[in-house]
Design a binder for this molecule. Structure first.
Ligand code: AP5
Ligand code: MG
Ligand code: ZN
Length: 216
């Protein structure tokens, strides 16, 4: 199964992509996670990406496409994958089309998670991430058992640098201008499914499963 998860920042793409990857045994690919990883490693690519991420801007298309191009060639993508946070521009979507065509495969569906801006701000400002294993928490909606510590590995939880209110506003603006047009792009291809992202984590996942089971 080959899936794209679309949606504004904080929509729950990462949360739901992990759920889908676990239940359907497919590879979860998040460009945001890849960028944060190479940034932490201090590679030149990572430091270049950081300049954009910290300002709430998109990393340039050529750099992003190159990263995805390599990632999709790895063995763990053969059985399927779920893309979380890619594509984010029409240029990236077209590059993905070309890549899949060359591999003689196609997308099964695109899931668009929709929700109001105010909810987005609440979700992002409360998000905490494990510095060790990357698990996501939320101070109100999905708190860890012990404050500040990861339930899975005991690692410290931290807040992403781009999760401050001013940067979130910029990310939302960038989403509206550059990413939202992808909704029509995939609607025209007949593979778009829109989901109400204003439900609980479990409620959203239930809706996603109904759609996925329909295409299996
Ligand atoms: P990225 O990491 O992809 O960030 P994003 O798209 O802004 O989305 P988030 O990760 O903030 O949110 P999410 O939708 O994954 O929500 P989550 O599940 O965490 O990208 C970061 C940056 O990298 C970009 O700004 C850009 O600079 C760069 N970048 C990445 N990809 C790129 C690309 N393709 N091209 C160019 N640049 C790129 O949920 C949020 C919180 O809410 C969590 O705390 C969670 O626990 C909670 N939550 C989730 N669902 C629910 C629910 N249903 N109810 C209550 N709480 C919930
Ligand atoms: Mg995410
Ligand atoms: Zn952890």
């Amino acid at each position: 199964m080959r899936i794209i998860l679309l949606g504004p920042p904080g929509a729950g793409k990462g949360t739901q992509a992990s759920n889908i990857a676990n239940e359907f045994h497919i590879t979860h690919i998040s460009t945001g996670e890849i960028f944060r990883k190479i940034q932490k490693e201090g590679t030149s690519l990572g430091l270049k990406a950081k300049e954009y991420i910290d300002k709430g801007l998109l990393v340039p298309d050529d750099l992003t496409v190159e990263i995805i191009d390599d990632r999709l060639d790895r063995k763990d993508c053969i059985e399927g994958f779920i893309l979380d946070g890619f594509p984010r521009t029409i240029i990236q979507a077209k590059a993905l089309d070309d890549k899949l065509k060359a591999k003689k495969i196609s997308l099964d569906l695109v899931i668009n998670i929709q929700l109001k801006n105010q909810l987005i701000i609440n979700r992002i400002t409360g998000r905490r991430i494990c510095e060790n294993c990357g698990e996501n928490y939320h101070t109100n909606f999905y708190p860890p058992k012990i404050e500040g510590k990861c339930d899975l590995c005991g690692g410290q939880l931290f807040q992403r640098k781009d999760d401050q209110e001013e940067t979130i506003k910029k990310r939302l603006e960038v989403y509206t201008n550059q990413t939202q047009p992808l909704i029509d792009y995939y609607k025209d291809k007949g593979i778009l499914h829109t989901i109400n992202g204003e439900q609980s984590i479990e409620g959203v996942f239930k809706d996603i499963k109904i759609i996925l089971q329909g295409v299996l």
